[in-house]
Ligand binder design. Structure first.
Ligand code: FE2
Length: 319
């Protein structure tokens, strides 16, 4: 199988599922590449069911997206329509199993001890959605947290464009490493990291996290999303800076657009590959947390970049 880089510098296309070894594929993801497939590399949900979801979910949507949360075996986002809720849950659970099995086959031990997260359907046109800045997908950002604290785990997301007619259009401004290097001061991370050199959780934070994880397992809605850590707070600050700062948003440094045609699929470590969805409607999105210890390209991992920055600041003689 041959492989090739296609669109600009950020996207790598896999012509076949064995274009790369698991180690090569993991390396590309860790370095912030967006890996795309010219067609979804495993069977998609039944087309009639997808068609029903496309038509009906926007009418019953009560939050930003419809998501299946495996830790609570619960669907969030649909209200007032039990039949539709059951249908969406069935589609998202089955799709999640297929994504999971595909990723295990192509990424090998990169997926060891991963956390299988949400399986979502994005039913609304992203362009002009008028969400608040921090919730908007139209503004370029790196992901911070994935329905709760990641504690440095990498956020792997797998996307399928299930719109039969329209491309899903993304933009990027480069990798976290590049962006942090240029913008850490403007994002006011110098002080935060300087006063909070230990990016790991302390004992109190760990107790809080285990309580929230327990509540999530017994179905307390969104308990997990309340969890945080020093690392996740630093990432959240950078995420918010990218979406709020007028100067950052007006700049075109590193800007690149890419189009994903109907029925194509792509994946990225979205804590590293900056991204925005500037237009598109109807996508399936699956989230996984990859333990930091599975990563080999440590220089690219946000946790290592923040740690190294904090350590260098700590080592500098004070004025
Ligand atoms: Fe995102």
């Amino acid at each position: 199988m041959k492989d090739q880089e296609i669109v600009g510098r950020s996207v790598i296309e896999c012509e076949g599922i064995h274009s790369f070894t698991p180690a090569q594929l993991a390396q590309k993801l860790e370095r912030g590449k967006i890996v795309s497939f010219p067609s979804c590399p495993f069977p998609l949900p039944d087309l009639d069911l997808l068609s029903k979801l496309r038509a009906e979910l926007p009418l019953s949507l009560k939050v930003k997206n419809v998501s299946y949360h495996p830790e609570a075996d619960r669907l969030i986002g649909v209200s007032g329509n039990r039949r539709l809720e059951g249908l969406a849950k069935q589609v998202l659970v089955e799709h999640s199993e297929r994504v999971e099995s595909f990723l295990q086959s192509v990424l090998g031990d990169f997926t060891d001890n991963w956390v299988v997260g949400t399986s979502s359907f994005r039913p609304i046109e992203e362009r002009g959605r008028c969400l608040g800045n921090h919730a908007s997908n139209e503004l370029v950002h790196v992901d911070a947290g994935a329905y709760g604290a990641t504690n440095g785990s990498r956020i792997l997301r797998f996307f399928v464009n299930v719109n039969p007619l329209d491309d899903r259009v993304w933009a990027t401004r480069g990798t976290f490493a590049e962006l942090f290097e240029r913008h850490h001061t403007a994002a006011e991370l110098d002080e935060l990291l300087g006063s909070n050199r230990d990016l790991e959780k302390g004992p109190l934070n760990r107790v809080r996290s285990s309580i929230l994880a327990g509540l999530a397992q017994v179905g307390v809605s969104m308990a997990r999303s309340l969890d945080s850590s020093p690392y996740d707070r630093a990432m959240r600050r950078f995420h918010n800076y990218m979406k709020d700062d007028a100067e950052f948003k007006a700049s075109s440094i590193g800007y690149e657009e890419m189009r994903f045609a109907p029925w194509t699929a792509w994946m990225a470590l979205t804590d590293t590959a900056s991204h925005a969805c500037i237009s598109g409607r109807h996508a399936l999105v699956n989230t996984f947390l990859i333990p930091l210890e599975n990563c080999r390209e440590t220089k690219s991992a946000p946790m290592e970049i923040l740690r190294s920055f904090a350590a260098n600041r700590a080592a500098r003689p004070s004025d």
